[in-house]
Design a protein around this ligand. Structure first.
Ligand SMILES: CC(C)(COP(=O)(O)OP(=O)(O)OC[C@H]1O[C@@H](n2cnc3c(N)ncnc32)[C@H](O)[C@@H]1OP(=O)(O)O)[C@@H](O)C(=O)NCCC(=O)NCCS
Length: 182
């Protein structure tokens, strides 16, 4: 397995800091709990406010694998940087293809921050990871997510059925699968 490497990326307004579940779970949990209602319709694990222990455990399922890159998103300010969300590149079973996933605190949505992050991660994936493809999945009705995908150059490939093991009440949901060739 690859050795873990600390990474910090910058955009005009944001810092993206690579995280580990065990060291960053507490601060992520605080922001998550504060915006859980805005995530609940779209993200299956966001069905209730998680405990710190649950957030650390969930993050570790991604960050214990050094092939995955999970970043905290910080809004840069003069004095302190504020944690506003999370974005990840997760390895897939396709070679040289990473899945992009993200969430943002509701009070920071609609300002182009996620688009800015995805654009920076496209550059990171292309230049540093030398990967050849990125992909995204999101629910049919998730128009904000679809706009981010379109604004960053992803193209619709197909619909896929998604059945959550956590949210049985969702039944089978129609999801969009988008890709970007690098
Ligand atoms: C998806 C999400 C990360 C987008 O973050 P964001 O920083 O607000 O995204 P941006 O500002 O970069 O772009 C959002 C775009 O969607 C548009 N949008 C937002 N809500 C919309 C809606 N209900 N219908 C149509 N368009 C919408 C915005 O107008 C903007 O497009 P524009 O620049 O053409 O005006 C954020 O809404 C979120 O955290 N949602 C809940 C979690 C989630 O859905 N995660 C993805 C799970 S797959």
């Amino acid at each position: 397995m690859q050795k873990y490497k600390e990474i910090e990326l910058h955009t005009d307004r944001l810092s993206l800091v690579r995280i580990k579940g065990e060291t960053h779970g507490t601060e992520v949990n605080e922001v998550l709990c504060d915006t859980i209602h805005s995530l609940e319709p779209w993200i299956d694990w966001a069905h209730k406010k998680p405990t710190v222990k649950e957030t650390i455990k969930r993050l570790r399922t991604q960050t214990d694998n050094n092939e995955n890159f999970v970043f905290n998103i910080y809004l840069q300010a003069e004095k302190t940087n504020t944690l506003i969300g999370n974005i990840k590149l997760e390895s897939t079973d396709q070679p040289k293809c990473y899945e992009v996933g993200y969430w943002l605190h509701q009070k920071h949505c609609g300002k182009g921050f996620t688009t800015e992050c995805v654009q920076r991660l496209i550059k990171f994936a292309r230049d540093e990871l030398k990967t050849s493809r990125l992909c995204m999945y999101f629910a049919d009705e998730n128009e904000a997510c679809q706009r981010v995908a379109q604004k960053t150059g992803f193209r619709f490939v197909k619909f896929v059925d998604f059945k959550s093991e956590i949210r049985l009440e969702w039944g089978v949901r129609k999801s969009h699968y988008f890709e970007l060739d690098l």
